[in-house]
Design a protein around this ligand. Structure first.
Ligand SMILES: [Zn+2]
Length: 112
């Protein structure tokens, strides 16, 4: 696999990772916003649980994309050594490929 293909997969991984973090951090402010908006618009009150549930589904889906990300080198699930053991995700549990290795992407763990 070329460095360009590695980079493409790692960029996809990083996009899902950032989306999951954004959805996680934004959930409480978002709920506060839609609840306060429902005070002004009577019909919005009915949408609050549905919108919040949709937000949680999107967050769960993006987390699952990270959780089940396949290693660009070996094709196994990157952070899952077995069904009972989840690694910290810094390197592949199967082949040892480091996160963002061969992609040109700077890992956040390398930044001091
Ligand atoms: Zn691997």
């Amino acid at each position: 696999m070329t460095d360009e293909q590695y980079a493409k997969q790692w960029l996809r991984y990083r996009r899902w990772n950032r989306l999951a973090i954004g959805l996680f951090l934004g959930f409480i402010p978002f709920v506060i916003f839609i609840v306060s908006a429902s005070d002004y618009f009577s019909t919005a009150g009915k949408l609050v649980p549905m919108v919040a549930a949709g937000w949680l589904v999107a967050m769960g889906y993006s987390i699952s994309r990270i959780f089940f990300f396949r290693c660009p080198q070996c094709g196994h699930i990157f952070a899952l050594a077995s069904w009972l053991y989840l690694t910290n995700g810094q390197k592949c549990a199967h082949c040892g490929l480091k996160r963002y290795e061969n992609s040109g992407i700077e890992s956040a763990s390398k930044i001091h």
